[in-house]
Design a protein around this ligand. Structure first.
Ligand code: F6R
Length: 598
């Protein structure tokens, strides 16, 4: 979603522009800055990529020591310069991430008071309200607090005020915000990754704590004035993230999975997982969005099959609105790469309000979901920059797999030999994955074929249904080819009506107990002249006549780890298809890396 950065430092525009660069990975459609320069707030905005903003700034260089910046992901109003942030009213300029739900009422009220609005955004009411209260002789702090008392919804704000004193304020409600006191300045951002090297110490403000940033100090303005800020180490600050020799971050992240899984399989974190009392659990509920939800779908099959635990999964945006039945000894697990997804966070807060035991599985250690859950496990995928999630998915699966082994051990549902076999399969996993990745060029042929179509159906069975769904999601996200996924047995219950020579059907068909059933589904596809693409075992090719660009061979894979390996060809297929169509795979249109609004 929107990215925010602010700095009070010498030549503050530099850390702000660098921060906006570091926020680019989140996806955005416009950007802008406001700077206190020559006793005036100067605001410059541009539609499209950050380079457009930089170009505008190169024609109009600005100097100043107090600056805010923003990358916008449109919610209210089109992606254009007028709707881009910062929004300014008089000597108040604001950057906002989140949604102001009651902005229409506030706007009406302000218009009655004589205010004129330029944009269609919800955010523009904020500088107008602050300005209104300043005009009533309130102090800057009072004007901001009075304003946020009126706002309904979620927000992280950077507020620049050019008054008798010139200040940068930060405040949040429900949206992520981080501040940092460096040696050369003070900074605020929506994401610790946006902060530069001068930000070793960070602080995550609580909701509605008003913070004033100065070069000399960062001050809590609300609540107890004597309250000290307790900083923690910024894990992101020294890491330089580059795509190395790869054509994109997504490609790098796909190929990185082998090493990550080697590390996860050698590094036996089971100590952590044994802290969960699986024996007395009556139910696990797993809640997530998007790709993380598909990881939950696979995890359900493992917990049920190997540990005989009842598992319910739910989409985070639905959970708290459906009156879920929460039972005794239920563990509610929240899966989120970013740890900031608004729907998942809201579901977590709902579960906590019902006294559930909550566990977070996150990639970003200090994220809000990690901080708020009763327990947190990291997935150790490292920063994921490609907007479409790849390595976080396989690392989520790896952690779930380890948890399922621990659950199987504790509940003794399968015998020791089977438990040992599960563990052994996990050790083999990265090596089998490596074999699949070594044959990546074969996938380019299939990608070329798929790139000629506008729609596709993906089929899988068992735990691979979730992998087919994940593959279809990846393809839509970055190539914009419409793809839907089904459990293969569902084909004849409706989607088969779509089949003709314009609708390719991709089937994940490894060698397992369901191969024969899949063969029947494959024949149903062939009978309707739909182009067939198979990611599967070599035995399938012996039975069905397939061209080189219609088949990607999977090596023999132990059943338990099939989903973790089978997703690799799906990721490659999406990547290569999108690249052949000339799409920007790291920053697909309309998508944001961290979805911080409901
Ligand atoms: C897909 C993708 C999204 C995210 C979803 C949840 O490639 O990245 O579907 O998986 O927005 O995000 P997190 O896991 O950060 O909660």
């Amino acid at each position: 979603m929107c990215g925010i950065i602010g700095a009070v430092a010498e030549s503050a525009i530099n850390p702000v522009l660098e921060g906006l660069g570091r926020l680019e990975y989140r996806g955005y459609d416009s950007s802008g800055i406001s700077i206190l320069s020559n006793n005036e707030i100067q605001t410059i905005k541009a539609q499209g990529k950050l380079n457009n903003l930089k170009q505008r700034l190169s024609m109009q260089p600005l100097e100043g020591d107090c600056c805010i910046g923003h990358t916008r992901w449109a919610t209210h109003g089109k992606a254009n310069v007028t709707n881009a942030h910062p929004h300014q009213c008089g000597q108040v300029s604001v950057v906002h991430n989140g949604i102001i739900e009651n902005y229409l009422q506030l706007k009406q009220q302000l218009m009655q008071w004589g205010h004129h609005f330029n944009s269609s955004t919800d955010s523009e009411v904020i500088p107008h309200l602050i300005n209104h209260y300043l005009a009533q002789q309130m102090s800057q702090e009072e004007a901001i607090e009075q304003t946020i008392n009126q706002l309904k919804g979620s927000y992280a704000l950077g507020v620049l005020i050019n008054g008798a004193s010139k200040n940068l304020y930060a405040i949040k409600q429900g949206s992520p915000l981080v501040i940092s006191q460096g040696n050369n300045g003070a900074y605020m951002a929506s994401d610790a990754m946006a902060l530069g090297p001068d930000s070793g110490k960070i602080y995550y403000p609580k909701d509605n704590e008003l913070i004033k940033l100065n070069t000399n100090e960062i001050k809590l303005c609300s609540g107890s004035l004597n309250k000290k800020i307790h900083y923690i180490n910024n894990k992101h600050c020294t890491k330089v993230i580059s795509k190395g020799d790869h054509s994109s971050f997504m490609e790098k992240e796909i190929f990185e999975q082998v090493d990550l899984l080697k590390r996860l399989s050698v590094n036996n974190h089971t100590g952590e997982y044994s802290t969960i009392d699986f024996i007395n659990l009556n139910k696990i509920t797993i809640i997530a969005c998007g790709t993380s939800y598909y990881a939950a779908s696979v995890a359900k099959t493992w917990f049920e099959k190997y540990a005989n635990i009842l598992v319910e999964i739910d989409i985070a945006s639905e959970y708290r609105y459906r009156s879920p039945i929460i039972i005794d000894n239920e563990l509610v697990i929240f899966v989120s790469q970013s740890g900031e997804t608004a729907d998942t966070l809201a579901a977590l807060r709902y579960a906590k309000s019902k006294q559930s035991q909550t566990l977070a599985l996150v990639n970003v250690a200090n994220s809000t979901i990690a901080r708020e859950a009763n327990f947190t496990f990291e997935i150790f995928a490292g920063p994921e920059i490609g907007v479409a999630s790849t390595k976080a998915f396989t690392c989520q699966l790896a952690i779930f797999y380890k948890m399922a082994i621990e659950a199987a051990k504790q509940r003794a549902f399968i015998d020791d030999v089977e438990v040992k076999q599960l563990a052994l399969n996990f050790v083999q996993l990265p090596y089998i994955m490596e074999k699949v990745l070594q044959r990546c060029t074969d996938m380019k042929k299939m990608a070329r074929k798929l790139s000629h179509y506008s729609n596709a159906l993906f089929l899988g069975r068992g735990s691979l249904t979730a992998i087919a769904q994940e593959g279809a999601l990846k393809l839509k996200e970055i190539s914009y080819i419409h793809a839907e996924a089904y459990a293969a047995g569902e084909l004849k219950h409706g989607p088969i009506a779509l089949l003709d020579e314009h609708m390719p059907v991709l089937v994940i068909a490894p060698k397992n107990a369901l191969t024969d059933k899949l063969l029947s589904n494959i024949q149903e596809v062939q009978a309707r002249n739909a182009p067939l693409l198979i990611i599967g075992d070599s035995s399938i090719r012996e039975q069905i006549n397939l061209q080189e660009d219609e088949f990607f061979e999977l090596p023999e894979i132990p059943e338990s780890i099939l989903p973790i390996i089978s997703v690799i060809p799906m990721q490659l297929l999406a990547l290569y298809t999108a690249q052949m169509l000339g799409k920007n795979v790291d920053q697909p249109r309309n998508l944001a890396k961290s979805v911080t609004v409901e």
